[in-house]
Design a protein around this ligand. Structure first.
Ligand SMILES: Cc1cc2nc3c(=O)[nH]c(=O)nc-3n(C[C@H](O)[C@H](O)[C@H](O)COP(=O)(O)O)c2cc1C
Ligand SMILES: [Fe+2]
Ligand SMILES: [Fe+2]
Length: 398
């Protein structure tokens, strides 16, 4: 992978992590790998915007060397403390010991607590600028998008927003720009990324987008720290973020469940037929054989969720519990939901699911549907009907 010229005197010097399959430990899947994008700005002063995960430090340094001697770096702009972007700061400082780190106050404190390095640091706030010569960097704090330290760096001369994690996608590619790759894959990965990382912070996303609009920043290009650079259609991803953050979803349904002896599954399939008989598209996922990160990605643009579990030991199956935890954490806005499941005696799974759906902020549109032991034909018919009613609620929703 060569160093890539993004614009005159601005270079991509990041790395592609082709084999990354899980992110944030094992919190969610990244089947298409990812990239850590670092950008080198060569002006009278030289700035490196972000670095890469530690194991890739040498690769990034090699790329920088294709453009300049790394000792010439004057500033390291740290838009975010997280290790996938800060992990090679020490290595760069070894080569450029006089470089000044630049970031928010939270970034300074966070880097010190991560690396125990008390480096030369220039703290910046929203609106602060740093002149490199021809170009001036303007900083825009973006707290909780997605960490307290997060920041965007804007270059007016190039109408370029270096947005760090914002607008990223976990997508390894030999291509660096949005117009060079399959749009459907790109938007799916951008959405999955939003759903798994930013969904909880949707109200802050809306506020930040409004703030950027109010500042009247001209944006011709958005260069995030993961995936491809939005040069052809930067507004495409901004509009998608607006849609996702506003909780706009398609009139579709997801059925997510697990089962021991297939009764809950029979219920699920009868409901699926009921939903689709109303002309509403539905998809069905059994949790342990499905990818949770992908289901969360699907849920982003899906209006309705039916969540089911057989009862085990008065509650949900252990395979369902992590999904409940996930939706409670992400708090998806504007979703219609209901619970279902088979039980043998006292039950308990659907009550636990309903509690989680409520705590996730979803609207329960019907009391849970339960079946004792194995559903008979009449009960399957009820499930079918339940699915139809659910579809009607989806149709009637805004
Ligand atoms: C290990 C085990 C524990 C169970 N615990 C409960 C329970 O606490 N309360 C209950 O109502 N049913 C309990 N059941 C019964 C199941 O919920 C019942 O068999 C149900 O029909 C299974 O649905 P499924 O076919 O979708 O797996 C338990 C079953 C097993 C195998
Ligand atoms: Fe991050
Ligand atoms: Fe990141």
């Amino acid at each position: 992978m060569p160093t890539v010229k993004v614009l005159e005197n601005i270079y991509w010097v990041g790395v592609v992590d082709w084999n990354k399959r899980h992110f944030h430990g094992y919190a969610y899947s990244t089947q298409r790998g990812t990239s850590y994008n670092a950008y080198l700005i060569v002006d009278n002063k030289v700035a490196l915007v972000d670095t890469v995960e530690h194991p890739f430090a040498e690769e990034m340094i090699e790329r920088i060397k294709e453009v300049i001697d790394p000792s010439k770096i004057d500033y390291i702009i740290a838009n975010h403390v997280e290790a996938d972007h800060s992990g090679s700061i020490k290595e760069i400082l070894n080569l450029a010991p006089n470089a000044t780190l630049v970031g928010t106050a939270n970034c300074k404190a966070g880097l010190e607590k991560h690396y125990f390095g008390y480096w030369k640091f220039q703290t910046v706030k929203t609106g602060d600028t740093l002149s490199l010569g021809e170009r001036t960097l303007t900083f825009l704090e973006a707290p909780m998008l997605h960490w307290p330290d997060s920041m965007f760096t804007y270059i007016e001369k190039d109408a370029l927003l270096l947005s760090n994690d914002g607008f990223g996608q976990h997508l390894a590619s030999s291509k660096r720009f949005d117009d060079e790759i399959n749009q459907e894959i790109l938007m799916w990965e951008a959405g999955k990324y939003y759903a798994n990382i930013l969904w909880l912070y949707s109200s802050l996303v809306l506020r930040k987008l409004a703030e950027v609009q109010k500042l009247g920043l001209k944006i011709d290009m958005i260069a995030p720290s993961h995936g491809v650079i939005w040069r052809k259609a930067p507004m495409k991803i901004v509009e998608a973020y607006l849609k996702w953050a506003n909780g706009e979803a398609d009139k579709k349904a997801l059925i997510v469940y697990d089962t021991m002896w297939a009764s809950t599954e029979r219920m699920a399939k009868a409901m699926l037929e009921g939903i689709t008989s109303e002309g509403i598209e539905a998809k069905l996922y059994r949790l342990p054989v499905s990818d949770e990160g992908d289901i969360i990605g699907e849920l982003l643009e899906t209006k309705g969720l039916l969540l089911g579990s057989a009862t085990i030991n008065n509650g949900v199956l252990p395979t369902v519990a992590p999904f409940l935890r996930e939706i409670e954490g992400l708090r998806p806005k504007n979703k219609l939901a209901a619970a279902f499941g088979s039980y043998g005696w006292g039950g308990g799974a659907t009550a636990a699911i309903e509690k989680s759906l409520k705590s996730a902020g979803m609207e329960l549109v019907a009391p849970a549907i339960t079946v004792k032991w194995v559903p008979d034909n009449a009960e399957l018919q009820k499930c079918h009907e339940y699915g139809r009613e659910f579809a009607k609620k989806i149709k009637a929703a805004e």
